[in-house]
Design a protein around this ligand. Structure first.
Ligand SMILES: Nc1ncnc2c1ncn2[C@@H]1O[C@H](COP(=O)(O)OP(=O)(O)OP(=O)(O)O)[C@@H](O)[C@H]1O
Length: 329
């Protein structure tokens, strides 16, 4: 059994998701201790526990300790079984982080799968649903990941109620070397629910103006809906880089648009191939398939994910830090 110290490095939920995902893929049972020990609310959060239980279904495995608040978890995977899976994270737990945990296993499953996830699609501290479909999945596809994501209904904090469907087809992963793009065109979507129509327009106009000042062309769609949850957000993307911001009470719509624009401008201003967030999300696929990419810096999420991947795989992953950080395996 592989033993993982969940408080290592970044010490967050990602160690748990990556360790369980790679346990499922390699078939090595894992015991994760000291889970999120240094977080204000240590142990598994309800959304981490839901992800692990869902992964156990896909891996036909046994799991102990996958309960909210638990500081220790044992996971023993068996066969990776494709099929239809329906997972309700409840409230506004992140749909994209649950997918982050299950996707590697679905890629190695014995048949195609349709995973329906209910929860928050555009929530803090996680990739937005548009970031996952427009930035992360296309980058994973370079490594051979065959997955298609559709957002049936957005879900904002705190009510959630979002629905996303991920369809996967298993296949062999392939080595990929991602190179930087010179593109100066950016796409995006500005969205809201139960808010006046001018909110999405002000978000998108502020973003487009800020991007134009930086010499970028932007095409940003606007969607106003009436859904069970209330909220707004904007995601911008260009190749393997993104920027996003979520509306909140007291934060002017113009500021939300400008924040997303500032983030993607910072990323596009770097000579790296992928953005900061993608650099940690790609680690499992880099470790499994080999390849290379560059990122602006080595984040603590990325170095911790590399450490976690090395506990399961022989992969010789290295990061060389210069003007940009080069990830290689
Ligand atoms: N704005 C964003 N855009 C894209 N990806 C993001 C964004 N914010 C966070 N992420 C990604 O979400 C993941 C967050 O992992 P992390 O371990 O911090 O999450 P967590 O499960 O909420 O755990 P914890 O609560 O312990 O921090 C990382 O892969 C990170 O790259």
């Amino acid at each position: 059994m592989i033993e993982i110290d969940g408080s290592f490095g970044e010490g967050g939920g990602q160690i748990v998701r990556t360790a369980a995902a790679l346990s499922a893929v390699t078939g090595y049972p894992v015991r994760i201790k000291r889970i999120r020990e240094n977080r204000p609310k240590p142990g598994l959060s309800p959304q981490h526990a839901t992800a692990i239980k869902a992964l156990a279904r896909v891996a036909d495995g046994e799991v102990e300790g996958a309960e909210p608040g638990s500081s220790e978890l044992r996971f023993r995977p068996k066969d990776l079984v494709g099929g239809d899976y329906d997972v309700d994270i409840g409230t506004a737990g992140s749909v994209t982080l649950l997918i982050q945990c299950l996707l590697p296993a679905l890629v190695f499953a014995d048949s195609p799968s349709t995973l329906t996830v209910r929860g928050g699609t555009d929530v803090k501290w996680s990739p937005t649903i548009d970031y996952l479909s427009q930035v992360a999945l296309p980058a994973f596809a370079e490594f051979g990941v065959m997955a298609r994501l559709s957002c049936r209904q957005r879900g904002y904090h705190p009510r959630g109620g979002g629905v996303a469907v991920l369809e996967t087809v298993p296949g062999k992963l392939v080595r990929a070397d991602l190179s930087p793009s010179e593109s100066r065109s950016i796409e995006g979507i500005s969205h809201s629910s139960n808010l006046p129509e001018h909110v999405v327009r002000r978000q998108s106009e502020a973003a487009a103006e800020a991007l134009k000042r930086g010499g970028y062309d932007a095409e940003i769609g606007c969607v106003t809906q009436e859904l069970p949850s209330t909220g707004s957000g904007i995601t911008l993307w260009s190749g393997w880089k993104g920027g996003s911001a979520l509306g909140e009470r007291g934060l002017p719509a113009e500021r939300v648009g400008a924040l997303a624009a500032e983030e993607i401008k910072r990323e596009l201003g770097s000579k790296a191939a992928v953005d900061l967030h993608l650099s940690d999300q790609l680690v499992p696929y880099l470790a499994l398939a080999g390849g290379s990419y560059t990122a602006p810096i080595v984040s603590s999420h990325a170095s911790t994910n590399i450490w976690t991947a090395k506990q399961f795989l022989e992969a010789d992953i290295s990061v060389e830090v210069g003007a940009v950080a080069t990830f290689r395996a």
